[in-house]
Write a protein of this length. Sequence first.
Length: 134
Amino acid sequence: MAEVAPPDGLRNELGTLVAISHLPSLEQKKIATVMALDVTSVGQIIDHLESKGLVRRTISPTDRRVKFVEATPEGLRHIAERRPKVLKAQADVLSVLSAEERKTLIDLMARVIEANPHHDRPGAGRRPPKPKTE
């Protein structure tokens, strides 16, 4: 896993960059909500990503207090270069489980999350609820 994590200790950096790439022109505050992180931490992560040329901020034309963030072409290359390592690290961690056990683990984790909405942060992007059978 060490080869996936950035050497400067910003463990949420890649996840934030991926979220930004999937949700273009997202407000910085909403990124914090989606990532379930505080606004200050996300601001620091975005500062770091911006200093590396991986994202760019633009100011809203309708409200100068609002900043939009989008991945740069370099940011998209950064994600593409790391994706195989991330997938390998995930596979390595889960290699002790069979395919069926992995599916069960995901289903159980989803049930725990869905059963505890009072611990959920808004906008965390949950699975759609399964249809109820009677």
